[in-house]
Design a protein around this ligand. Sequence first.
Ligand SMILES: Cc1ncc(COP(=O)(O)O)c(C=O)c1O
Length: 385
Amino acid sequence: MLSRQIASKLLNYETPFYLYDIDLLRRTLESLVYESEKYGYKVHYAIKANYDDHILGVIREYGLGIDCASGNEIRKALELGFDPKGIVYAGVGKRDKELHYAIERNILAINCESIEELHVIDAFSAECGRCTDVALRINPDIDPKTNHCIDTGQADSKFGISYEEVLEHVEDIKSLKNINIIGLHLHIGSQIRELHVFENMCDKVNVIVANLASLGFDLRFVDVGGGLGINYDVPENEPIPNFASLFSIVQKHLDVGSREVHFEFGRSIVGECGELITRVLFNKTTATGRKLLIVDASMTELVRPAMYGSYHNIENITSQESAMEKYTVVGTACESTDVFDENVSLRKSRRGDLLTIKSAGAYGMSMASRYNLHDLPSAVYSDKL
Ligand SMILES: Cc1ncc(COP(=O)(O)O)c(C=O)c1O
């Protein structure tokens, strides 16, 4: 854990801030590229996980495409030099101006999430005399065995088009002359640690691709989304996620002929390279005897615990005490759910100590808000120290 190694240096920085281990990010990308090239898989980085310019610059060096969820994410990717033909754009509710922007930028594909959206893209494309490449985002109805707040591919989810609905509209879809259906897309959820779930996904994809091909759809690629989980419990044990295992499962179970296979990873690329560094402000004990450790970060810098009940491992990186204490670590925001964790075992902690909240590189800074008019947290990069 980088913060532990350089703790004394970090004492001088204004907290809270994100600390990024760029060497770990590079090693993660090297592993990802090495493992994906074995099978010729194409990888898009899900920019929503972290759109920090410096991090994106490093990711670009490794030749990844980008998975976007908004017009502004597409704009950011293009501004930072990513190839439009490596950009895919998903989202259940794309606004008109975002669709126009994506159509005009000639990206790899708009991942379309409803029959109505297909019609709108067709109409917008006709207006500007274009034929837009589109992938059908299908909802495969798979339980990804993850936190319910971050599953996205079950029958009742808002994401994707149900396969049955696609079948009902085959002729309707084929009649749209200003879109080209070139791919199939799905994303079943995030933080998936039970990799056998991906076997079920492959089995379903095989059937869907074969059926769509027999119905006359000429699919060039199959994009199976992201979702590979990271080790929030003990990140030190697994700083680089197991891309090799996931790819070998997909290689064994996915049967889509010569079509390209694409992935869209967010968390597994940047999750472990970021830590949120925060300072202890106060100690206090509630009337019920609960020991609170009040830190200067809050749900405005890292909302995942408050929003999803997500776990992040916390450690005091500057205390010299050998005695351990159990704390409830709470933030500064005016919300009762602004709790990072309860019953956390830490070295006895005092005002001024630094804590690290680990594995915060994904969906941390990108979800930060200015609630309570907090400043957005700054970033410290290992390669600029
Ligand atoms: C469509 C899509 N693709 C990819 C991702 C990235 O997922 P992960 O960060 O779990 O790899 C997400 C995350 O929400 C998503 O919605």
